[in-house]
Write a protein of this length. Sequence first.
Length: 310
Amino acid sequence: MITNNYTTNKSLFSMYQSSRENVKFSVKDSKEHSTIEFMSPKLSGDPQVDRARALLFKSKSPKGAIIFIHGTGQKNFEPLQYYPKFFLKNGYTVMMPVLPYHFERTPKAKKSGIAFIKGSDVELAKRFDQAVTDILTCVDYLEKIEFEKVNIMGFSFGGMISTIAMAIDKRIEKGVFVVTGGNYEYITWKSIATKILRVSYEENKACNPHECALKHIIFDNVAKNFKSLEDLKKMPVCFTYDPSTFARLIPPRKILFFKAAFDLFIPNRSSDDLWKRLGKPRRYVLPSGHLSAHLIFKKFIARKSLEFFN
C-alpha cells in the first residue's frame, strides 16, 4: 500500500477516468490526410483548448495503426510529420493528435506548450489529465475504424504522455519513446526547459529544491508499488502526472527507447530514471542534443522504430 503524509487534491481523484462514451467525431478529408475533430472528454473550460484535432494518415492496406505524439513547443508539429508520413509509406495508418494547449489549441495570447511548464502542481495535473484523455480518445477512434490494437510513439513531452497512456490502456501494444524522461524532481530543477516552472514555484512559494527532495524520498517506493489509478489518490499531486510513476505497468519487451546523450532539456538522470523503471528496454543512445536528435538522426529513429513495430 502506498502511504505518505502529503495531501492530494480531491478534484484529481478521477484522473484519466473521464467518460469517453458519447464522443462524436467529425472527419474532413483532404488529398494528403484526413482531419479528425472532437470535443475533449476532459474539459478545461476554454473552448480553444477543448476542441481536439488530429491528423489521420490512412493507409489503403494497413498492417497496423500508430498514434504519434509531438513534443511541447511552438514549431515542431510540421517537422515531426516526417514520422507519420514515413510510417504511412511503410503500410501503417497513423494518427497525429494536437495536444491541448498546443498550436491551434493554445489559449488566446498564450504561447504553444507553455501551460505544461508553468503553473501549480494541481493545474499541471489537470492539463496532463486532459492530454492523456485525448490520446485515449484517439485510441477509441482507431478502434472504431477496426484497429483492435495500436502502437504509440512519442517525442520528448509526447513520450511522457505516451508512457502514461500506454500504462493505462492495454489496447496499446508497443511504444517508442524518443528523447523523453521521468521523475519530475530532475526535470523541474535540472532542465533548461523548465526554468519558467522553477520561477513560478519560487514566486508562489509552492515548492523549492529542498522541499521537492524531501517529497521525493518516497517516490521510489510509490513508483515500485503503483498498481492502478486508484493509487493516485494517495500520492503527492506532482507524482500523478510523472511518467516514472506509471512505468512499471508496461512490459519492457513492448518498448523501444531513444536517449540523447547531450540533452539539456531532458537531463540524463531523468531519461535514465524512466528507462530503468520501464525495466531497461532496448535503448539507443544518440550522440546528439535534444533538438538535434531529430535533425541528425530522424532516418535512424524512423527505421529502427519501423523494425520494432513490424
